[in-house]
Write a protein that binds this ligand. Structure first.
Ligand code: GMT
Length: 383
């Protein structure tokens, strides 16, 4: 068999704004660019998935909301669609991002097919599928089962690998493949974006997240409220979701003039290139793709020292790490980097270089390709 032939790969992810969906879309795009045929299977076209790209296809899962069910079921129609696409397009691989319910659906889909039509199942764990749902007795055993029956399991950080062993008691092989980010060209200049945001000489502090409770937006706003002088910065929040529930906190802390919010932005690069400093106050994070996105634009971040973040930021070299919950220390670090533009630029340069050397598509995507070939027995030798 030709060990270098292009592969046929199905990818399932959450299509909405979120790290795992963004990573999965980018991976599909890069794989198609490298000559593989990629089939996305999900309930909606993934956010940021390009339209009209060669070798890139989307197969929607149709969910019927039967009156009989109190809660509509997604796992079964997803598994039926996965089996159908695998059979019709002779998929080599089904690569699922985020275990629940995608890995379970893939295992079921594979078992619906005769052996000669069965794709290999690769499961990538992204974070809360282990750290949150893995600890839930209603999900944990199903996740463990799906991992045990996957042909390969990957995690996006060493931290997440260890957590998967600890929380789920899963001791099978797991390969750590860190996330990557390849920025698209921005549509507007840095000046245009800063003008839109009403920025003059202030340092633009960027926070980009889906605002879930573990992002600790309360601590983000408290940190901003402690930074002095107030006129030295603006906090721009790119919210993957509705910011309205936090508006009262912005008013209570007197931050109305310092905080600018943009919701569900697709052209994230426009804002990344305009930013000077990232700020992340999460209580848990397996990797934190938004830190990497900023690094690619030479923008260093100040972040909490939790989970996989120390695998992304090296303290004092490519950014700043602060113990979780220490808003005073977060604010001090921000003040230092607002005032010291030379230090900020040096951290930013090192951050950009690290992003290129460790977390770029040319470094990371071949690791997935090698894994696919290995599980399909197409490896021509040790990689
Ligand atoms: O909670 C989120 O941010 C969403 C979640 C997801 O699956 O979309 O993010 C996880 O995956 C990202 C991509 O691998 C990681 O960068 C995030 O750190 C991780 N989130 C958590 O672990 C909380």
């Amino acid at each position: 068999m030709d060990s270098s032939r292009p592969l046929k790969i199905g990818i399932t992810c959450y299509p909405s704004v979120g790290g795992s969906g963004i990573l999965a879309s980018a991976l599909g795009e890069e794989l198609a660019r490298r000559g593989h045929e990629v089939h996305f299977i999900s309930y909606e076209r993934p956010f940021r998935m390009p339209t009209n790209a060669p070798r890139l296809f989307f197969h929607p899962v149709v969910i019927n909301d039967y009156g009989l069910f109190k809660y509509p079921d997604y796992t079964l129609p997803l598994s039926v669609k996965m089996a159908e696409v695998s059979r019709d397009h002779q998929l080599d691989i089904l690569h699922v991002h985020y275990a629940v319910p995608h890995a379970t659906a893939a295992i079921l889909a594979r078992s619906m097919l005769p052996p000669e039509q069965q794709p290999r199942v690769v499961t990538t764990l992204h974070g809360t599928d282990t750290t949150l749902l893995g600890a839930d007795p209603g999900y944990g055993p199903a996740i463990h089962h799906a991992l045990t029956h996957s042909d390969a399991v990957t995690t996006v950080s060493n931290f997440l690998k260890q957590e998967t062993q600890r929380v789920l008691g899963f001791n099978g092989p797991m390969e750590v493949i860190h996330n990557f980010f390849e920025p698209r060209p921005s549509r507007r200049s840095r000046e245009e974006v800063r003008r839109e945001l009403g920025l003059r000489d202030e340092v633009m502090i960027l926070h980009s997240s889906n605002l879930r409770p573990l992002k600790r937006i309360d601590l983000l706003l408290e940190t901003a409220a402690r930074i002095r002088p107030r006129e030295s910065f603006k906090l721009v929040i790119l919210a993957g979701g509705n910011f309205a529930p936090f508006a009262a906190d912005v008013r209570r802390l007197g931050l109305e003039d310092c905080v600018i919010v943009r919701e569900n932005i697709a052209d994230i690069e426009d804002y990344l290139q305009a930013a000077d400093l990232g700020l992340i106050t999460s209580e848990s994070e397996s990797f934190c793709l938004s830190i990497l996105e900023a690094m690619c634009f030479g923008c260093p971040s100040i972040a909490t020292q939790v989970g996989g973040i120390p695998e992304v930021i090296q303290d004092q070299i490519t950014g700043r790490l602060v113990p979780f919950g220490e808003v005073g220390q977060l604010a001090c670090a921000a003040e230092e980097l607002i005032q010291n533009s030379t230090l900020r630029a040096a951290l930013g340069r090192a951050a950009r270089q690290r992003a290129r050397e460790m977390f770029s598509a040319p470094v990371v995507v071949p690791r997935y390709e090698a894994l696919y070939r290995r599980v399909c027995n197409l490896s021509s030798g040790p990689d």
